[in-house]
Ligand binder design. Sequence first.
Ligand code: HEC
Ligand code: HEC
Length: 274
Amino acid sequence: MRDRRARAAARLAALLAACGVLAQEPRAQPANAPQPIPPAPAGALAFVPPDRNAIPDTPLGTMIRFGRDVFVDTQRYAKGYVGNAMNCVNCHLDDGRQAGAAPLWAAYVAYPAFSARDERVTTFGQRLEQCFRYSMNGRMPPADSAIVLGLVSYAYWLATGAPVGAHLAGRGYPPVAQPALAPDAMRGADVYRLHCAACHGVEGQGVKSGSSYAFPPLWGPGGYNAGAGMHRVPTAAAFIKANMPLGQGGTLTDQQAWDVAAYVNAQPRPKTPN
Ligand code: HEC
Ligand code: HEC
């Protein structure tokens, strides 16, 4: 019975492939795969967050500052909710201010939004859970904790003056064109050795300075887990193309960015939590 059904499914797949239907579908994603942020529409509004020293000296300002501390030194200020060696700022560069590195100001005004991964509408605060669970390999702090209030307050402040609901230019990562050749981890290993290993280590384990990391790990127990957005090769390729090597974003070719993303994501890392 099962055999017959499997054979029928295979026949149907072959038929659809012959019609070119499946050829357009990329590799099937599991239902709870992270959803990439849609690219900004043409003519999206440009936005500059407030000066970093302009946080007000008010009770709200104290909460905003605490949120920034959590974001930059998550290991210390959200200890117990982080299961790897990462800080939020390792991926959301320049304290979450950097356009093209999923900046917090562009995110803040884009919620509530439907999450295909969660199959529900989520608020900005609830969106943090995905990064705590997968990128940080940890767990979500309570919604009314100072950690969550601080992070939400910090993002709110960064978005000062931005229109609610706008898709701001610089949200997420700029899309990187499909490569001419299918992404290849073997070629990616060469890119890694030449352009990445000096900072992230030959074994991708990062480089420590004292008890904290000067350069974060890319894989191994200290890295993001297999359920993270960065574990999607297209997402990693887009982040890397725009932002790596640090300070030299845009210098790799599209092909190099895809290949090194395939290489990094072929390495061992913590499993997706159930
Ligand atoms: C390993 C890298 C990584 C780390 C660490 C990380 N994130 Fe993320 N984050 C991502 C990726 C990837 C996305 C989705 C970007 C995309 O798909 O374009 C994202 C998306 C987000 C978004 C939604 C952005 C938007 O525009 O909708 C928020 C908010 C966010 N992260 C907050 C955090 C916070 C807070 C932390 C720390 C607790 C954190 N992230 C840690 C990689 C990371
Ligand atoms: C000059 C040093 C340097 C080089 C070279 C460099 N990186 Fe990074 N990279 C960093 C630093 C530092 C961060 C964290 C930024 C922060 O915390 O502000 C980072 C963050 C990352 C992240 C997100 C955080 C994580 O650990 O997962 C990825 C992915 C990444 N780099 C990939 C690469 C790849 C691929 C290359 C080679 C093409 C590369 N980097 C080259 C310094 C570097």
